[in-house]
Design a protein around this ligand. Structure first.
Ligand code: LLP
Length: 425
């Protein structure tokens, strides 16, 4: 429970605001973001990687206000669609501090990126390299391009979020030679400026060895490109993926240690080949947003399934947090609106959707006197919850409020029935 504190009556506060006041004012379910927590993690990354760059991965959670925080903290931003780019540009985010990713960017998305003068475009396919060449000519611009390299690291995380083994859709394979061929093709197009190499090995990774192997392999490719083409690429982008603790016993890598190790590994390879040390960029999403967010729910029905467990239903579920259903993700949750001295009961925190996979927390202990109307807080929901939210069963998406020094304000308003009907003929 980072930055929450128990009051005398046992209710909890987030960013200095009492959860009961938050729900009374803004309704339930509610996403709450501790602004200071979010910003302080931005600063931790920026200071650990000083001399390089930190680009917040917007897919973790992006809205206009978060884009402003990122801008004010001096970070860059990763986007992977025209929509994410539009959010950033709408608040005046400097395009030169934005990187565009994606394995299937449309021509329109690439054109927008080239037109606004985005900082980097990470090329992910041969078709895209050709398209970029065409668009650069058309707009008389020379976009900075990186190559997404599939470095062949087996990241120890859920299959759906591991991205550096060979058999998946992202990037150019290092072992198969596609990455070297991508460099050849980009260098053959003078209207494109090849500035570096990129890799992202997966998400929610807690064992840092994979990041280190990936960094060494990228640096080695940098040396090969110098040997083959005489071109010294000035940048390496090592992606994101730094894990966070969701439940007791989880470990998380230390950002300072990661930064020092990566710098050392890359410097060693570069210096060994007589090359200047490239600038390092990282792209954390979850590690910045994850622990800054808490979801508040109101307890509805409570069903005791004799001899098994108690099903506690809340007023949201897989529409506001699909991670439990999708990845078997684990969360820490607790009674948040009062203290209870009653015995713990084995519970399952479930949503209100029409399927039995709709769970928020699969197994947890909640007090036996839990009652309808109590508030439950689920920690660590700042990343990949609102951004993966959906309207299954026509549930409106909850509001997002930012809290700071005890004061809350809506940064994304709750959807209404009108929102749900909008666009339907
Ligand atoms: N850079 C690239 C190119 C990425 O694809 C991603 C995440 C990141 C950076 C940021 O990764 P992070 O630091 O947040 O781990 N929906 C899944 C996570 C998918 C991550 C996709 N790419 C989840 O809820 O766990």
């Amino acid at each position: 429970w980072p930055r929450t504190s128990s009051r005398a009556d046992g209710s909890i506060t987030i960013g200095g605001a009492d959860v009961r006041d938050l729900v009374a004012e803004h309704g339930s379910p509610l996403y709450v973001v501790d602004e200071e927590d979010f910003r302080s993690r931005c600063r931790d990354y920026a200071s650990a990687f000083s001399g390089g760059e930190v680009h917040y991965a917007g897919k973790a959670f992006l809205c206009r206000e978060v884009a402003r925080w990122i801008m004010q903290e001096g970070l860059g931003l990763d986007v992977c669609s025209a929509g994410e780019l539009a959010v950033a540009l709408s608040v005046g985010f400097p395009p030169e501090r934005i990187t565009m990713h994606g394995n299937n960017k449309s021509l329109a998305e690439l054109e927008k990126a080239v037109e606004v003068g985005i900082g980097h475009i990470v090329a992910d396919s041969f078709e895209e390299i050709a398209r970029l060449g065409f668009l650069a000519d058309k707009h008389g611009r020379r976009p900075k391009v990186m190559i997404r390299v599939t470095v062949g690291v087996e990241a120890h995380t859920h299959e759906f979020i591991a991205t550096a083994h060979d058999d998946q859709k992202f990037g150019f394979s290092l072992s198969g030679g596609a990455a070297a061929e991508a460099a050849r093709r980009i260098l053959a197009l003078p209207q494109l400026e090849l500035v570096g190499l990129h890799s992202h090995i997966g998400s929610q990774i807690t064992d840092t060895a994979g990041f280190e192997v990936a960094a060494a392999r990228l640096a080695t490719l940098l040396v090969k490109i110098k040997d083959e083409h005489g071109v010294v690429l000035p940048e390496l982008d090592l992606g994101g993926g730094y894990g966070i603790p969701y439940v007791e016993g989880d470990t998380a890598p230390d950002v300072k240690e990661i930064a020092d190790n990566l710098r050392e590994i890359v410097s060693k390879v570069a210096r060994g080949a007589g090359l200047p040390v490239p600038k390092l960029t990282v792209e954390p999403g979850r590690a910045i947003a994850g622990l800054a967010g808490v979801t508040l729910y109101e307890v509805g029905t409570i069903k005791d399934v004799e001899g098994l467990r108690t099903y506690v239903s809340v007023d949201g579920g897989m529409s506001d947090n699909i991670r439990t259903a999708l990845y078997g993700a684990e969360y820490t949750a607790r009674l948040a609106s009062r203290e209870s001295a009653s015995a713990p009961m084995l519970s399952r925190l479930v949503g209100k959707h029409c399927e039995s996979g709709d769970m928020v927390v699969r197994d947890l202990w909640l007090p036996a006197d839990l009652a309808t109307g109590d508030l439950i807080a689920v920690a660590g929901t700042g990343a990949y919850c609102r951004s993966l939210a959906n309207n299954y069963n026509y549930l409106p998406k909850p509001a997002v409020v930012a809290v700071r020094d005890g004061v809350s304000r809506v940064i994304v308003r709750r959807e209404t029935e009108d929102d749900l009907l909008r666009g339907q003929l």
